[in-house]
Structures are given as C-alpha cells and as structure tokens.
Write a new protein. Structure first.
Length: 62
C-alpha cells in the first residue's frame, strides 16, 4: 500500500508541472523522492537497534 501511495504522490507532483506548460514538475517530484528517502533513512537509524541479536540457546524449530 505504501508503494502505491508513494507513486500516486510523486506522479501528482510531477503532473502539476505540466499544468504550467513546463517539465519542472519532474524536478519537484525528484525532490519529494529525495526528501522521503532521507526521512526514511533517519527514521531507520533511530528505530533499528544496534548490534547483533542475542542467541536464545537452542535451535528455533516450529
């Protein structure tokens, strides 16, 4: 679902440049993608714990 919402947002931003008769919407869409990627990287640095997971002892079998 996130991918489809992202494509919808980026294509809407890119299409907004066509209303004014220029291709500047593509630069704006690229900026939106870059900001979203940077925000995702920052969030993952904060939320993902550092180090390796600790072993619980034996093998994990279902």
């Amino acid at each position: 679902m996130g991918g489809s919402v992202g494509v919808a947002v980026v294509s809407t931003v890119a299409a907004s440049g066509f209303e004014h008769g220029s291709a500047a919407g593509f630069a704006d869409a690229f900026t939106v993608c870059a900001v979203a990627a940077a925000a995702g990287a920052i969030v993952s640095l904060v939320l993902v714990p550092r180090g390796t997971p600790q072993s619980t002892g034996g093998p994990h079998v279902h």
